[in-house]
Design a protein around this ligand. Sequence first.
Ligand code: KIV
Ligand code: ZN
Length: 385
Amino acid sequence: MSQIKIFDTTLRDGEQSPGVNLNRLEKLEIAKQLERFGVDRMEAGFPASSKGDFNAVKTIADTIKGTSVTGLARAVKKDIDIAWEALKGADEPRLHIFLATSPIHMTYKLKQTPEEVIDTAVSMVAYAKEKFAQVQFSPEDATRSDWNFLAQIIERVIDAGASVINMPDTVGYTTPAEYGELFRFIRETVPNIDRVDLSCHCHDDLGMAVANSIAAVENGATQVEGTINGIGERAGNAALEEVGVALKIRADYYPYQTNLKLNEIKRTSDLVAKLSGMYVQANKAVIGRNAFSHEAGIHQDGVLKNKATYEIITPEMVGVNSNTLFLGKHSGRHAFKDKITELGIDLPDEKLKEAFNTFKKLTDHKKEVTDDDIFTMLMEIQTDI
Ligand code: KIV
Ligand code: ZN
């Protein structure tokens, strides 16, 4: 089995979903849960984009030690310097630099010739490498770029010190067969490609982000990028919970494994949905409310006889627990703590005590305290951490 690294960008590309705005503490809660979920790398944000994002990335880099933390930067010194200030407290400071390589982006957005783009990429990767232990380079809009030009720039940035090459399908334009072919071409053409991680990053504009990611893996990608619940720019990114479960369920066919703890999927998905305000559609693969419900009589009958007739994923595998806890005035401290853990929140002891007292007061007025009540309460209590 080959090991596939999972790079989560919920806190960067996911936060680029229209209408989503996570504060520092919300990002930190999600980062802690991503660590529990077992992602290998997490992109905590884009430090140069705002003071708020800088602070969030810094807090995450200083706190999260079980997962490698990275941040995004344009190929300019100012972004790289700001990212260093945010990320230098990480155990293994890692930077993600992007620069567009497609004709349309180079001509209209960058106004640079292909030769100038190569020079910028090489000099900025080398500059970042003076500070960062690991540098990832993304030729933005790779799938609409000339393949020979891509091979050329990739070879040059590897020579300049990049240790991860990510080939984003920035506008969700490619198809599984084509994206797979591109990965095979780069593997076969670029000298020293075996020294680096080769990564895929897919957007879902044509609904193929997960299929494209799996095709990339079949053709030599060693890292998959994506987000929880597939949130992200426009139609979103590849949903990591779908990639993880597909590779596990079809281990008979795919000789790949990840470090993801699949039974943390539900908790992670719920936390991201609540804090981003992007609710999961009922028929969403793997984690939607209907993913384990059976409506048709024939299906219900089959499932009662043997669940495997119509169910390829068990609820337990993805952490869906039918015995979720009901919280009311008779609930004690233990049940309250279990509920908080179920929601993916991590509270220090004194905050837990404070939260429990607030919860008890709430039960004087409410028969059932819902997950939403608890989230609101915890966010208020946490603001002064
Ligand atoms: O989709 C994209 O091209 C990106 C880059 C910044 C890697 O998100
Ligand atoms: Zn993207």
